[in-house]
Design a protein around this ligand. Structure first.
Ligand code: PMP
Ligand code: GLN
Length: 403
């Protein structure tokens, strides 16, 4: 045998394989979204946990994708994405934000925003660097920062105001800090950062020479009265920011996993270096259908916000009627309820109880924190049909309101 002696011994003992496994990933649990969707299936619950719409998405885009699947193209598209989609992203960014990107060098198509986020972190960071993450935070940020060998530093926003504190942000910066991740509109709390807070971030980013990865997947899921301002539109920020968005959210097609990033050529180039080894490309038929989606008139986008705003209102009213206290949400798919006064000591246990007793699944907010998250908050997803939301409310009332 060509095996080293130690393996000949192990093989003789019946041990034929060396242990493998990433220590970092091994210690992480399965994501809360997968876990809670499994609990919903197991308990027959209405699933208001994982964030996705409960219909199949716009028929006109699925029709387009089907046509492109039949007609092609089917082979590898260019690594940075089909030009038609890159042009559509640049035109979208010009139309909505007055940004001017060269589709050839300043736009990158990725397999979902998740991949774009990973590409940005792999592209911008080195081992030993630090990256600031605002909590409560989307679950993919910190693990990817650590996979790069960098260290996440957490800035907490506190309920119910969730206001950014410039002094605390500044205090987190040091000579190793390279990156800040900003998610606005913000999952899980439905916050849309106001111009004053964006200005604070711009001041800190410029003073500390940070690059900002702007996770703007919910850019069009904002409700009447709120407006989304990309950080990169603020003076001096264009060179420091990349903007990441997703057809999953903008076209209610979360399973398609088509994402796109735009920003200065230097930063997009760094992301492309990582992207070429992560997924290299994204299905071309879906890219072309998404390009068609991005070209829709303003009405399409306004309708998206209006429809989801109506769903937010329906769920919020129902939650109040069921005895919950929802916090305001200006965007995203999510409402957070404050359980203070309900005697809840552990939000995860409460969420499991709620699934078993009421048949409704929500996400405990502590899952969005590194350590010692608050235990009195729960996230409900409202991107569901009215009758599904109503059914959830009826179940909550039945289980929680004494007859
Ligand atoms: N960022 C945030 C804040 C999200 O909520 C999500 C999930 N929808 C993503 C990124 C990932 O988006 P995608 O499904 O396009 O990978
Ligand atoms: N973004 C979705 C949420 O916050 C989940 C995405 C996922 O399951 N990875 O619920």
């Amino acid at each position: 045998m060509g095996l080293p002696w130690i393996w000949r011994v192990k093989a003789s003992l019946g041990e034929t394989m060396a242990p493998v496994g990433s220590k970092l990933l091994g210690q992480l649990p399965t994501t809360i979204f997968t876990t809670m969707s499994a609990l919903a299936a197991e308990t027959g619950s209405v699933n208001l946990g994982q964030g996705f719409p409960d219909d199949e998405g716009p028929a006109f885009l699925r029709q387009k994708a089907a046509e492109y699947i039949l007609a092609g193209p089917s082979q590898y598209p260019p690594m940075a994405g089909l030009l038609a989609l890159r042009e559509a992203v640049a035109a979208h960014d010009r139309r909505f934000y007055g940004l001017n990107f060269d589709p050839g060098s300043q736009v990158l198509v990725t397999s979902g925003a998740t991949e774009a986020l990973a590409a940005a972190l792999f592209g911008f960071l080195n081992p030993g660097d630090e990256a600031i993450v605002i909590e409560p935070a989307y679950d993919s940020y910190a693990p990817i920062i650590r996979l790069v060998g960098a260290t996440p530093r957490f800035l907490r926003l506190e309920a119910p105001e969730w206001r950014l504190d410039q002094t605390r942000l500044e205090a987190l910066c040091n000579a190793k800090t390279r990156v800040l991740i900003l998610n606005s509109p913000m999952n899980p709390i439905g916050k849309v950062f106001g111009r004053d807070e964006l200005e604070m971030i711009a001041v800190v980013a410029q003073a500390n020479d940070l690059r900002v990865i702007c996770d703007e997947v919910y850019e069009h899921i904002i409700f009447p009265g709120a407006s989304h301002v990309p950080l990169m539109t603020l003076p001096g920020m264009g060179e420091r920011c990349v903007r990441i968005a997703s057809a999953g959210k903008t076209f209610s097609l979360t399973g398609w996993k088509v994402g796109y990033a735009s920003g200065p050529a230097q930063l997009i180039g760094l992301m492309a270096k990582a992207h070429q080894f992560l997924t290299f490309t994204t299905p071309p038929a879906l890219q072309l259908a998404v390009a068609h989606g991005l070209e829709q008139p303003d009405d399409y986008y306004a309708q998206l916000g209006n429809d989801l705003g109506a769903k937010r209102d329906r769920l919020a009213q129902g939650l109040v009627a069921a005895g919950f206290h929802p916090l305001p949400a200006k965007g995203t798919y999510f409402l957070v309820v404050d359980l203070s006064g309900k005697g809840v000591k552990n939000d995860s246990e409460f969420a499991v109880e709620l699934a078993k007793k009421a048949g409704v699944v929500a996400i405990p907010l502590s899952a969005f924190y590194e350590v010692d998250g608050p235990q009195h908050l729960l996230r409900f997803c409202f991107s569901k049909q009215f009758d599904v939301l109503d059914n959830a409310i009826e179940r909550l009332k039945r289980a929680l309101i004494p007859a």
